[in-house]
Structure formats: C-alpha cells, structure tokens
Design a protein around this ligand. Sequence first.
Ligand code: PA5
Length: 422
Amino acid sequence: MLQLELTDQTGILTDMEWAAAVAAAGPVLARAQAGEARYADSLGWLDPTVWGGQDWAERAAALAQKLHSFADTFVVIGVGGSNNAARTVAEALDLPGGMKIVWAGNTLSPHAMNRMLARLEGRSVVIDCIAKNFETLEPGASFRVLRRYLCDRYGREEAARRILCTGTPGSPLEKLCAEQGYTFLPFPEPIGGRFTALSPVHLVPMAAAGADVAALCRGAEEMAAALRSLPAAQNPALRYAVLRHLLWQKGYRAELLSCFEPRMKGLFSWWEQLFAESEGKDGVGLLPVTGEFSEQLHSLGQFIQDGSHFLFETFLQIKEQQASLSLHPDGVQDGFGYLDDKDFEDLNRAAFSATRTAHSATLPCLTLTIDRVDEKNLGGLFYFFQFACYLSASLLGVNPFDQSGVEAYKGWMFRALGKPGA
Ligand code: PA5
C-alpha cells in the first residue's frame, strides 16, 4: 500500500486539522465506495474486475502475442484518455520483449505526422485506432492517413489483418470495421476516456508494449479492495482528496506533482488529464501541473520556492530506484571530489530530501510513496488516483465524469473546417 505524509513548515495546515476533515468526509467516502446511482453510467471502472481483471488481461496478452508473431511495431492512434495510460506504462517500464510503440492521433501538426510516418519505415506495422465516439479530429484524421499507408504498403486484404479499432459498440467505427474487415474491440460504455486505464482500451497496447498486464490488473484489484473497504482515517485516497480540498479552501489554486524519475513523465500527462477534466469546471478546481526533477528544479524551482503562493506540491517518491551507477574517481581534479565513490542513487535521494526540506518552508508538501516502478504498482497507482479524483471532485461539488468545457473550441474548429451540422 502506498503511503501519504504531510511536510509543512508554513503552519498553513496541521495534522490535527487534516484528521478532523478526514473524519468529517466519512459520508462522501461511503457513497463513493458503494458507487452512486447518479453516476451509474460512468462508474464501470469502480470494480476493476468488471471491465478489466484477469480475464481481460489474458485476452489482451493473447491478442498482443498474435500480433507480435507477424509485426514488430504497434501504432496507437488515440488522444487524451485514449492514449495517456498506455503511454504511462510503455514509458515507465523497460520492456525489451515487447513491440515498438508509436504514438499517433494526438496531434494536428503535419510535421509531427510526417515524423511519425518516418518512424514506420522498414518496420512491420499494426495499428489500433482508439476512439470512444469516433468524432475526435486528431484520431479520425490520423486513422485515415495510416489506413492509406497500410493499404499502399500491404494491399487492402493484408492491411485489414493489421488494423484494430477500439470503439463504442454500435458506433460508426464499429460499422466501418464490419465493412472493411478490421478487428473491433469494445470501448466500455460506462467508462469515460480518462478512467479507462485498467480496461481493454489500454490493456491491449500495454500488452503489445510487453507489459505484464495480469500483474497490472492484480495491483489495481488489490488497491480497489483496500480503498473500497478502508475506513476514512486509514484510507489514503480520502486523506489525499481531503488534503487537496482543505488547501483549495485555504486559497491554493494549483497542485504540482513532482518526481525525481523522468520515466514517470507519461504518468504526469495521465494525471494532469484526469484531474483537469474531472475537476476544472463551474469556476472551481485546482490546476494540475507537474515537475520533472531534478531538471526542472533549474527552471521551475525558483518560482516554486519563491514565487506567488498559489501552489502546493505532491512529491511522488519511489523507494527503490532499481538501478545504480557509481561515480568512480578518474584522477582528474574536477572539483567534484566530494562525489568520489558515491552512486547516482545517493545523489537522487539527497536531491529529493533537500528539495522537500526547502520547498516545505514556503508551501505545503505532501509525499506519496510507492515501493518501486513495476506493473503492479502502476496498476495500483492508476486506481488510487482515479478513486481519489472521484472523492476530490465530490468534495468540490462537481461532476467528475463530464467535460463540457472542451466542447467550446471544438465548435469553432468544426465550423472553420466545414463539418456538416457544426
Ligand atoms: O476523458 C475523456 O473522455 C476525453 O478526454 C477523451 O478521452 C478524449 O477526448 C478522446 O476521446 P475519444 O476517445 O472519443 O477520441
């Protein structure tokens, strides 16, 4: 189980105040643990064995193995909730046995598109177009380009064997698959994109990348069992949600999630989307931002320490670094003699501790600790944040499962492009 701890030298928040607010939020936790009827059409993720679990893990692994028997490159066409979770896993883990994953459908830049196509040269390619409603411009436009690319390269029949689509049953995408002979996978209807990390939407590309998706699902199942039964005082998801809410009430407007492992960059994007789309509505919500340390200590660090006081920080601490690299002396007087025979592990740990001590002097800091980066812990982390986000949005009084705010720019864009009915 992950741990959560508050380090705050500013006196803004005490452990006692936190504990009292957690106790008061007991009814919100009870409602989320049971799953509220008003959100029934969005809670397909709450029990991760329904649209995921060992059964789907096996099916995803078998499909990935079949594809890997004739292809070495898997193109994920998808944006936002149809991209971020698989990307988190593929970027965080070293997966030598998997297929090369290429990300598409997440840009409208011709330069980026051409670069993506260039990465397919000389490779044996399969594609998975992931689109819940098949209306989003980026995946729709990219899918057209990649379909043509595959047909030109392999001919229509062989291209069809190399095309998967993941969409809502009954959607235009399913119809297209039936007409063209593409494999169709279900995008679970009662789960919105950003809550699909533990469903077939992402298990298939994760398995294609070479991840042990059975372990990932086990991690999620264990986390779900704990968070859906632990009482308020021991429930880390509620404690995290309440802390965010208390800080919101005290005037903080942004949460900075930071980590000293660059391989967690994919998780940063996933986490940003989850909280931004779930909470940023009706004029409220904390802006989720991220800090890739130690690099961004040399850019954001100044502001975090000394700039306007509207953000608090959550450190994602990873206990085992799972790697080491020693700094043996080489006889050159380079001014770094104090590092002789130390390890990068020591440097990274010292940087984390020093940063937390320094930042907690001017802003409230939380530390969320996991043991190591592996499938089981990533599965647990996905569920933890999803459940915490549900609780946090409930405390804020907003519906976590809609995102009407993103429709405004789409209307203008569709009209500019002449989409019928826009
Ligand atoms: O969380 C959400 O529902 C959204 O962010 C979607 O994931 C994103 O807009 C992509 O949608 P679609 O899969 O329909 O293309």
